[in-house]
Design a protein around this ligand. Structure first.
Ligand code: HAM
Length: 430
């Protein structure tokens, strides 16, 4: 039997409390920004019918073709761990008739996704996304707003990134472009890499996304989709760009930007960072006006984005999330059994008043308790010994300011209460 403790499954890992402080900080910022724009949270199942992803994302995509965690459950149903959440959100929107009231529905989600991809820097098999979807609008301002939300989140975290945008056309104009692309590809097929030669037949647009060095000059010489848009798509793209300019959002038009999921129509975008190496996309998204119909619903104009939380945390500046690092306001130290029981009661009372307290159960020496208090970065230590028990007066040490004084219990409670606003070191949730 393989040693269970030597390794995790490839592409999976544990996120430990210290690292999670940065994650919680990002998630908290995201929730705050989503609220500013009217996005409400949705939670869909982690696993869904395989058919949902096969139809929604597209049979010819890498995700559906080779990256899904699919298995048959005990009722002989084929189920899949979600590789992304857009198809699920649209399913939930349709199934729950969220379109009935008319108007726009704005949703966001935070959670794990699963793809059986080759493991490399910035790529996991279980990874986390923060995503948002706007359903029920074809207005170009909705596209620009979606991009603005993603960028505002990065800006609030002081993460620098570039925005790339493109239009991938619609069912009116894209087939003509793909036809042209395919015939160009045929002319030089032998010069492309093996993956491109296969994609030239199965999903020609994806050739544009090839990262192999030797393919790049060839790809640059292929026709650009932006020169082949129908009048409606060209108009939509022009208006999205105008909205971005008006909002002061810099962008680069990247005519070779195609996304790895088939549902996109018109606007497609990616936010990339130079700090990430080859997996440089922090976020990606776009419009998917046809997806609701593909899933059997009425036409719904919609768009969204998802941001890779694992990647974002990798490039988060040092100080970000420090305030989420848990630390006790008060470490209650004790000497002897009666003092231990008193310490428990004091900690219980203060926790009930909303303060973060910590105690060591190992009945170690005062010195070892103080060592632990320092390691936890406790703001204060309260010391309870026999004498303190008799007089009901206790020594409190402020470890940051290296001063100590005596307090009664009511004075202690009042002191901590008066400091509550200044308590920068304790998790904002406490
Ligand atoms: P996606 O481009 O497949 O789009 O994924 C979005 C982001 O998730 C990527 O930019 C990347 O940061 C992160 N990501 C993807 N795969 C991995 C991985 N294996 N390891 C770590 N991070 C990863 C979507 O998923 C669409 N559902 C986005 C969307 C929402 N479009 C419209 N609405």
């Amino acid at each position: 039997m393989e040693d269970l403790l030597s390794n995790n499954l490839p592409g999976t890992r544990d996120l430990l409390p210290e690292e999670l402080a940065r994650w919680q900080h990002v998630e908290d910022c995201a929730r705050r920004i989503f609220a500013q724009y009217g996005f409400l949270e949705i939670r869909t199942p982690i696993f869904e019918a395989t058919e949902l992803f096969a139809r929604g994302i597209g049979d010819d995509t890498d995700i559906v073709g080779k990256e899904m965690y699919t298995f048959t459950d005990q009722s002989n149903r084929s189920v899949t761990l979600r590789p992304e959440a857009t198809a699920s959100v649209v399913r939930a929107y349709l199934q729950n008739h969220m379109y009935r009231g008319g108007g726009i529905t704005k949703l966001f989600y935070i959670g794990p996704m699963f793809r059986y991809e080759k493991k490399q820097k910035g790529r996991w098999r279980q990874f986390y996304q923060i995503g948002a979807e706007t359903l029920g609008s074809d207005h170009p301002a909705a596209d620009a707003e979606m991009i603005e939300v993603a960028l505002r989140l990065l800006e609030s975290l002081e993460v620098k990134a570039r925005l790339l945008i493109n239009s991938v056309g619609c069912p009116n104009c894209r087939p003509l472009y793909v036809e042209k692309l395919r015939s160009e590809l045929q002319k030089h097929l032998a010069d492309f890499c093996e993956d491109c030669r296969r994609r030239a037949v199965t999903n020609s647009l994806r050739v544009l996304d090839c990262k192999v060095e030797s393919c790049q000059p060839l790809i640059r010489s292929l026709p650009a989709i932006t020169d082949h848009l129908c009048a409606e798509c060209a108009d939509h793209f022009g208006r999205v760009k105008a909205c971005l300019q008006e909002a002061g959002i810099p962008f680069e038009v990247s005519p070779r930007l195609v996304r790895g999921l088939d549902y996109y129509m018109r606007t497609a975008f990616e936010i990339v960072s130079g700090e990430l190496g080859s997996q440089n996309a922090i976020a990606g998204g776009g419009r998917y006006d046809g997806l609701a119909e593909v899933l059997g619903g009425p036409p719904v104009r919609a768009l969204g984005f998802a941001l890779g939380l694992d990647r974002l945390v990798m490039i988060l500046p040092e100080g970000q999330g420090r305030e989420w690092q848990w630390r006790p306001e008060l470490f209650v130290a004790y000497l002897g059994e009666p003092a231990f029981r008193k310490a428990l009661a004091i900690a219980r009372d203060l926790r009930g008043r909303g303060h973060a307290c910590y105690m060591d159960f190992s009945a170690g020496s005062l010195k070892s308790q103080l060592r632990l208090a320092n390691r936890l970065r406790a703001e204060h230590v309260l010391i309870i010994g026999d004498e303190e028990l008799v007089h009901e007066r206790f020594v409190i040490k402020n470890l940051e300011e290296s001063r100590q004084w005596e307090v009664s219990l009511p004075e202690l409670a009042e002191y901590l209460r008066s400091r509550a606003g200044r308590n920068s070191g304790t998790s904002p949730r406490v």
